[in-house]
Design a protein around this ligand. Structure first.
Ligand SMILES: NC(=O)C1=CN([C@@H]2O[C@H](COP(=O)(O)OP(=O)(O)OC[C@H]3O[C@@H](n4cnc5c(N)ncnc54)[C@H](O)[C@@H]3O)[C@@H](O)[C@H]2O)C=CC1
Ligand SMILES: CC(=O)C(=O)O
Ligand SMILES: [Mg+2]
Length: 373
């Protein structure tokens, strides 16, 4: 199979779909890899390294999209990329379709086979291709929040951990999954006062067992959420209903009642965000202020630490990329129900229920679309 790796084009997105190390694995398995020139330049993955691993270098994205049987990327395709996709071409990347009707229509119209990293599952009920980026974003959310709490950024002028004789900041994390757990770990490390809210009692038990008395675990209800958010200096939004648009848990009215200079970091922004006042921002201009509360809503947070993130992402995507290349998409999807869970669009059909529901579009089960293909 010919596998294509275009350079990412989202603002300040320096990750790359395949590392030279991954390319070598694919080439050793008998495949050809076409990498757009300078795809990994900013993170020290140079064209020379790709050539040494067995790749061919293409001069443009157009050349990669025109020739490849499978495109391996990081972020969702932008409109110019959607326009280059074609029938039967495999697209393997993050998609986040629920809040994005334009991209969804572009993928459906292209006739491509789009497999979303974020909805591939595993035997333990996890999302293994989302998890490493959630680890990164969860850890970064505390750095971003700490910075936003500084006066110059419009924050309350509070140090997360306080100092002896002065109280620490109150950090409230909504959603105790991978992002939430990593955020809690970093915030506790900086000696903030940390609470995690989740509606899964089991998740709260696991967190309590893992972190003990230093972490306050709270069952999430309207009442507990409101109480904690209004008392917080920093709130981190980290909920997920897989594939679906994020629920708006913090209302505009609650934001208006928050302490002046408090900070909201909405990590769930890639699924539309869990604060009513959230709108996606970029690394160029990551924050804005609503009613005195600083909002940080960058939809590709891991892009800022692209070296760490590219390696972490490749560690988990490579086995699936190999399966798709070795078997072709029909067989690879038929053999692995966890990979099949990643199928969001298949030759003109929308095959992920939560996406179809969020967008009010017709839904065809992935298995049905596969057997018809
Ligand atoms: N902005 C960015 O750059 C990035 C964003 N993300 C996003 O972060 C979000 C969280 O991802 P993960 O932690 O991996 O998900 P996860 O599935 O590990 O955790 C989500 C948690 O939210 C909880 N939850 C769901 N609905 C809830 C509700 N109504 N109230 C309270 N808790 C609720 C679940 O019980 C679960 O524990 C996702 O939207 C993901 O796409 C992940 C990586 C990077
Ligand atoms: C998960 C995601 O949206 C990202 O890594 O950019
Ligand atoms: Mg505890």
């Amino acid at each position: 199979m010919l596998i294509g790796v275009p350079k990412e084009i989202k603002t300040h997105e320096y990750r790359v779909g395949l590392t030279p190390e991954s390319v070598r694995e694919l080439v050793e398995n008998g495949h050809q890899v076409l990498v757009q020139t300078n795809a990994g330049l900013e993170i020290g993955m140079f064209d020379d390294h790709y050539v040494a691993a067995g790749a061919e270098i293409a001069g443009s994205a157009e050349a990669v999209f025109a020739r490849a049987d499978m495109i391996v990327k990081v972020k969702e395709p932008q409109p110019v990329e959607c326009a280059m996709l074609r029938e039967d071409q495999i697209l393997f990347t993050y998609l986040h379709l629920a809040p994005d009707p334009q991209q969804t229509h572009g993928l459906v119209e292209s006739g491509c086979v789009a497999i979303a990293y974020e909805t591939v599952t595993d035997d333990r009920g996890g999302l293994p291709l989302l998890a490493p980026m959630s680890e990164v974003a969860g850890r970064m959310s505390v750095q971003a929040g700490a910075h936003a709490l500084e006066m110059e950024q419009g924050g309350r002028g509070m140090l997360l951990g306080g100092v002896p004789g002065v109280p620490a900041a109150k950090v409230v994390i909504i959603g105790g999954g991978v992002v939430g757990t990593n955020a809690a770990r970093m915030a506790m490390g900086l000696e903030a006062q940390v609470a995690v809210l989740d509606r899964s009692a089991r998740r709260l038990q696991e967190l309590d067992f893992q972190f003990g008395s230093k972490l306050s675990t709270v069952f999430s209800t309207r009442e507990s959420l409101e109480r904690h958010v209004l008392d917080a200096d920093l709130v981190i939004g980290a909920v997920l209903v897989p594939g679906a648009a994020a629920p708006k848990l913090v209302t505009r009215q609650m934001v208006a009642q928050m302490k002046r200079g408090s900070v909201l970091v909405d990590v769930a922004i890639d699924q539309g965000g869990c604060f009513e006042t959230s709108k996606p921002t970029t690394h160029d201009a990551p924050t804005y202020v609503v009613d005195g509360t600083v909002h940080y809503c960058v939809a590709n947070m891991p892009g800022a630490v692209a070296r760490t993130s590219t390696q972490a992402l490749n560690n988990v995507t490579l086995p699936f990329a190999l399966a798709l290349a070795n078997k072709g998409w029909r067989q690879a999807l038929a053999d692995d129900r966890h990979l099949l869970a990643g199928l969001n669009v298949c030759r003109g059909k929308l095959t992920y229920r939560a996406v179809a529901e969020a967008l009010g579009e017709p839904f065809v089960p992935a298995a049905e679309a596969l057997s018809a293909a």
